[in-house]
Design a protein around this ligand. Structure first.
Ligand code: ATP
Ligand code: MG
Length: 419
């Protein structure tokens, strides 16, 4: 038999409800706040990610699925969504002198070591806002995401951490100070950190290696290099979070490695998923649009790992949100099959949110009721039963105490809705 590619999973029919439930809840919330969805290609020119994600990142250095197509062009499966999003909005002239609030959801691809919470095809939901330079938009994003986590019952397992990287110039000065501090430790650094010291030193701050964390603990503090303007921005951001009662912690090691990130960065983390603790990460990236060839545009965004949210939801919320089968229609007279289908249409029109399954494959009533029971449905309609006619249906309560009753369509709807 054939097997799926390592790190790429099937999400089976019995499980997809959770994915769409968790996606839908976020979409509804964002749509309600005037964000619009954007749908982007799964592939882009490799160059876009090299420039837009950054040559010195793990993603571009070693995680991309890159291939040359039949015309010899180098294209890559997208490892994240922000670069494509900027490319698309820029290409269609939607950034210049305009604002844009948008979101996306879909698979991303990274060649990583697969384990629980880390896959090679994984799913992200992302939100991006362009044209807003202030902390107000950052607070709006944090508010929307926090409310989302509350709604899906996961907020108590998540912690929001925030930090500021200062202006572009602040970062530059900090980078120099950090390199001078770390250089004498060069031989003690692990290979990754040695490489990063040359390419992307700020990333060393969030190394997970114990020894590196020790070395870094005495490093100069980023916040001391942050100038007055960026400080004010960060303070206003915190003030807004305070005023809205949104809890957070300062984490001065929280960084995004890339040059085009400035000011605010934030991340929601959990202790419930072992080492795969990052659930949603974001920040301000005022330099990216220009980096990709556009006119300088303030931008802020975030990406959340849907796979990890699904794992948390499964662990703490079980079947919450699972759609149930409401009615199972047993077919006691096969010559009236068409009437049974019509009945389902009538009921579905009247109650669009309920689920109704029509029995297939014949069999006596006992067998059909067994199926109805196993289906999880709350009610059975014994369609074509002798005592029923066009106006009166036999309804059977499969879970409660109501037993079997003869009812009109109106009464049936009333009974089901009041149960
Ligand atoms: P990590 O430190 O876990 O590798 P990252 O910094 O590479 O995360 P981002 O690029 O910021 O992650 O992506 C945002 C979110 O997407 C992460 O917080 C995480 O929830 C999720 N994510 C990233 N890579 C994977 C993966 N390979 N499998 C599942 N989820 C992932
Ligand atoms: Mg990663």
């Amino acid at each position: 038999m054939h097997q799926a590619v390592r790190g790429m999973r099937d999400i089976l029919p019995a499980d997809t409800w959770r994915w769409s439930h968790l996606e839908r809840k976020l979409f509804q919330r964002l749509t309600g706040a005037s964000y619009s969805e954007i749908r982007l290609p799964l592939m882009e020119f490799t160059e876009l990610f090299a420039r837009g994600v950054g040559e010195a990142t793990d993603i571009v250095e070693k995680e991309m699925y890159t291939l040359s197509d039949r015309d010899g062009l180098s294209i890559s499966l997208r490892p994240e969504g922000t670069a494509s999003c900027v490319r698309a909005l820029e290409e269609h002239g939607l950034l210049y002198n305009k604002t844009c609030r948008t979101f996306y959801s879909g698979p991303m691809f990274r060649y990583e070591k697969p384990q629980k919470g880390r896959y090679r095809q994984f799913y992200q939901m992302g939100v991006e806002a362009f044209g807003f330079g202030g902390p107000d938009i950052e607070a709006e994003l944090v508010l929307l995401i926090t409310r989302y986590f509350e709604e899906i019952g996961l907020n108590q397992y998540l912690k929001l951490e925030i930090n500021t990287l200062g202006s572009h110039e602040d970062r530059g000065r900090y980078r120099e100070a950090l390199v001078s501090y770390l250089t004498p430790f060069y031989r003690e650094l692990d290979e990754d950190s040695q490489r990063r010291l040359l390419t992307n030193p700020l990333r060393i701050l969030d190394s997970k290696v114990e020894k590196i964390r020790d070395i870094v603990s005495n490093a100069p503090k980023l916040i001391e290099f942050v100038g007055a303007h960026a400080r004010e921005h960060f303070e206003r951001f915190q003030e807004l979070l305070f005023e809205m009662n949104l809890s957070f912690e300062l984490n001065d090691r929280l960084v995004r490695g890339l040059d085009y990130y400035t000011n605010t960065v934030f991340e929601w983390v959990t202790e419930e998923l072992g080492s795969q603790g990052a659930v949603c990460a974001g920040g301000r990236y005022d330099g990216l649009v220009e980096q990709l060839g556009g006119k300088s545009t303030p931008a802020v965004g975030l990406a959340m790992g849907l796979d990890r949210i699904v794992l948390l939801h499964e662990k703490f919320q079980g079947d919450t949100g699972r759609p149930s089968l409401d009615i199972y229609i047993c077919i006691l007279d096969e010559s009236k099959m068409d009437r049974a289908f019509f009945l389902r249409e009538v009921l579905s029109d009247r109650l669009p949110t309920i689920t109704i399954r029509v029995h297939m494959g014949g069999g006596n009533l006992k067998k059909q009721l067994k199926r109805a029971d196993a289906s999880g449905a709350g009610w059975a309609i014994l369609h074509g039963a002798e005592e029923s006619d066009e106006k009166q249906l036999v309804l059977k309560d499969l879970r409660g105490e109501k037993g079997q009753m003869l009812v009109s369509v109106d009464e049936l709807i009333g009974t089901i809705c009041s149960a």
